[in-house]
Design a protein around this ligand. Structure first.
Ligand SMILES: NC(=O)c1ccc[n+]([C@@H]2O[C@H](COP(=O)([O-])OP(=O)(O)OC[C@H]3O[C@@H](n4cnc5c(N)ncnc54)[C@H](OP(=O)(O)O)[C@@H]3O)[C@@H](O)[C@H]2O)c1
Length: 253
């Protein structure tokens, strides 16, 4: 028996990278998927792949930095399923011009909206379903930049992801009595398209040594399948070849 039969899972940022891998992993456990992102084409293609493998998935596109768009996805979930068991709050983005000497108000607003405001908006839509059910799991793709401060991710992204981690812990504090669990996943480097926005290009050799999207998808599947009395509050997951440590060893400091 697959562990998520009859469960409804909403994955944001499902059109690529970690979100796509999480959707495939949850569908493999029998969950019915709602796939969100701004571009409709990759969501439709992923829904087709899940259906071809015997699963069930709907594309419900939208910009998660827009509260009306997020509310619209919530209405879709209500009308089609009338329940929501799992939110994978995963959409996020960074900008090339991320260092303080290049940051602009527009860049700051874009990064905070894409990583932090969006995460809050999706939680506000997910919680009413879960409170009613007295059951539900929220899994947020934060980042190692949400736990430690380092230059590579830039100030706006680092601050936003720290906010996502704080948001996740606050959910457990307030909602644990409603049977709701929240997990902040803090990955180090994962080989996904977001790396194309790095100020310093990332080689294929380096990408091959990083975590792969399926590694995070499998972690999300594991967390989503845990029995209701277990709450994983936070997970740090990095590649063994951790480029931050490798660089520190090279400097011998
Ligand atoms: N890769 C890493 O090294 C790494 C490490 C730690 C944490 N993360 C986090 O992991 C999450 C997934 O990123 P990824 O690495 O898998 O990169 P990715 O492939 O670029 O995925 C990001 C996804 O988010 C969606 N998205 C971005 N802005 C959106 C918006 N306003 N509304 C709706 N969807 C939006 C994108 O789709 P559309 O463009 O179609 O909207 C895209 O599918 C992000 O939160 C990222 O910050 C990544």
């Amino acid at each position: 028996m697959r562990k998520l039969e009859g469960r409804v899972a909403w994955v944001t940022g499902a059109g690529s990278g970690i979100g796509e891998a999480a959707a495939l992993a949850l569908a493999g456990e029998g969950a019915r998927l709602v796939l969100s992102g701004r571009r409709e084409a990759p969501l439709a293609e992923l829904a087709r792949r899940i259906a071809a493998a015997g699963g069930e998935a709907d594309a419900s596109p939208g910009d998660v930095t827009s509260p009306p768009a997020v509310a619209g996805i919530g209405r879709f979930i209500e009308e089609k399923f009338g329940r929501l068991d799992i939110l994978v709050n995963n959409a996020g983005a960074n900008i090339v011009e991320r260092e303080w000497h290049r940051l602009t108000p527009a860049g700051i607003a874009q990064v905070i909206a894409a990583n932090l405001e969006s995460a809050f908006y999706c939680v506000t839509v997910a919680l009413p379903f879960m409170r009613k059910q007295k059951d539900g799991i929220l899994i947020h793709t934060a980042s190692i930049a949400g736990r430690f401060v380092a230059p590579v991710s830039g100030a706006a992204y680092t601050a936003a992801k720290h906010g996502v981690v704080a948001m996740s812990h606050s959910l457990n504090m307030e909602e644990c009595t409603n049977g709701i669990r929240s997990t902040a996943i803090c990955p180090g480097e994962v080989a996904t398209p977001i790396l194309d926005k790095r100020p310093l290009p990332v080689s294929q050799e380096d990408r091959a040594r990083m975590l792969q999207p399926a590694d995070c998808g499998d972690l999300i599947r594991y967390i989503a399948c845990l029995p209701p009395h277990i709450c994983i509050n936070e997970v740090l997951i990095t590649p063994t070849w951790n480029r931050g440590y490798v660089a520190a060893q090279a400097r011998r400091i």
